[in-house]
Design a protein around this ligand. Structure first.
Ligand code: MN
Ligand code: MN
Length: 462
């Protein structure tokens, strides 16, 4: 019999010395992952490696799938779907945990390199919802790929190691920013001004009358380092991300500060959870989608049908596929849409309804619905399903809280939940509360991170 009145308490209160050690160790491993997987492509590469080390094989390596088999499918280096085949038939439904691998950042424009005055810049177009002023005057790194016309791939990762240069976006000094400081926060820094400073030395071999010699010198350096020409930027995906490392935060070492925790915190915890799954009753599926921050569109976004193709392949290789079976599988399936929640920030408490908001260290946040203003565009989980999830979490002693993303009419947000719900899956949003979400440095609680890991594992096994 549960208590009559709901009690809200910090999760740390009941943490034993032993458990605290486990939480701290897990956080350390998570921070290592954050520092080695800052973009969706890096997440896929790093996670595939972890999966293979734990017995997962590419779907093409299986002729036939049997209960207990561990399989994955990689979509264009940007999505990863993992499954552990259950004892029950896939027809009875699968348990899905889905997170997104992309995070807000600055993408280089197709023709990015310019010289202005005696500085060379790479121009960017921001990706996802950012507060532009947060991206100036911080160290930045460039991660990504360049494909030459002949298909040759060049991998770029510069700005992370101490012996490598970093980049930055300059900002006006306060002494001369009187006019800028009067502007609205959203207008003080323009999108076109999010250009990263990349050089200042003129090409020494240039003729006296030639212009843009600093840009020319940068092109020479890029050619030497990466073997590319200016045209090769056309077929590149270069992402500018904060260069700083994820670190433990606080005298009590209770928190984690790091870039891209939306939604790598759910990617990592769900990945670790599925690595623990052996011969489940229902097939366990973990998916990492791309493009969530810009609307889930495109052939690597959750709106694409590639995930359906993966599930259809499981049905094929289990030898049970028949017309319309995929629709039935989805209707019998359950999902946790693993995405972060807006944690209550005591400095900005006015935006949260404290009784309906995720609080750091009070466990994983469940959002029955997302959306904004009148539940617009929300994926609203059915009460029956919420009861089912509550039961699993309580039976496994997982600390959780029910939350909304901010006060009514203040704002809102969405996740990939509705896309799977549209297929007939029972879905609820369930993730880690974050402070400074979408900022270059986001904050989570180590307690909640560990609880998310336990929650996803319990879900897979039920
Ligand atoms: Mn997210
Ligand atoms: Mn987000």
């Amino acid at each position: 019999m549960s208590d009559l009145e709901k009690k809200k308490k910090s999760g740390w209160e009941k943490v034993s010395k032993d458990l605290e050690e486990k939480i701290m160790e897990f956080a350390k491993e998570y921070m290592y992952y954050l520092n080695n997987a800052k973009t969706e492509r890096e997440i896929v590469t790093f996670s595939e490696k972890m999966a293979r080390e734990n017995g997962f094989k590419d779907i093409s390596e299986y002729e036939k799938l049997e209960p207990g088999d561990k399989v994955y499918y990689k979509n264009r280096e940007k999505n990863l779907y993992l499954a552990v085949i259950g004892n029950k038939s896939l027809e009875e439904g699968i348990n899905i945990v889905g997170a997104h691998a992309d995070s807000p950042r600055l993408d280089l424009k197709p023709n990015p390199l310019v010289q202005d005055g005696n500085m060379a810049y790479l121009k960017t177009h921001y990706y996802g919802g950012i507060k532009k002023y947060q991206w100036t005057a911080i160290p930045l790194a460039i991660h990504g790929v360049i494909f030459k016309e002949n298909g040759e791939k060049v991998t770029v990762n510069i700005g992370e190691n101490e012996d490598e240069p970093v980049f930055t976006i300059t900002d006006l000094l306060p002494h001369l920013a009187k006019e800028q400081q009067q502007k609205k926060l959203s207008e003080a820094i323009s999108g076109e001004n999010l250009s990263i400073l990349v050089g200042n030395i003129p090409d020494k071999d240039a003729e006296e009358k030639s212009t843009d010699t600093i840009k020319k010198n940068i092109l020479k350096i890029l050619n030497k380092k990466y073997g590319i020409t200016e045209d090769d930027f056309m077929s590149s995906e270069l992402e500018v991300v904060p260069a700083f490392k994820a670190r433990t935060l606080g005298f009590d070492e209770s928190l984690i500060a790091g870039y891209g925790q939306d939604d790598k915190v759910c990617v990592y915890t769900s990945l670790r959870a599925i690595l623990n799954v052996e011969k489940p009753e229902r097939t366990a599926v973990c998916l990492f989608s791309d493009k969530e921050e810009i609307g889930s569109m495109g052939n690597t976004g959750m709106e694409s049908h590639v995930f359906d193709t993966f599930i259809a392949e499981l049905l094929n290789k289990a030898g049970i596929n028949r017309p319309n079976l995929l629709d039935k599988v989805f209707c019998n399936s359950r999902m946790l849409s693993a995405d972060v929640d807006a944690g209550v920030d005591p400095l900005y408490a006015q935006v949260s309804d404290i009784n309906n908001a995720g609080i750091l260290s009070e466990g994983i946040s469940i959002n029955k619905y997302t959306g904004a203003g009148g539940k617009n565009n929300s994926s609203d989980a059915n009460a029956e399903y919420v009861a089912f999830i509550r039961k699993i979490f309580n039976e496994n002693d997982i600390k959780f809280q029910l939350a909304e993303l901010g006060k009514v009419d203040i704002g809102g947000g969405g996740t990939i939940a509705y896309i799977l719900a549209n297929k007939g899956v029972d879905v609820i949003d369930c993730g880690v509360p974050v402070l400074s979400m979408h900022a270059p440095y986001e904050v989570t609680s180590k307690f909640d991170v560990y609880e998310a890991y336990r929650a996803y594992e319990a879900f897979f096994k039920n």
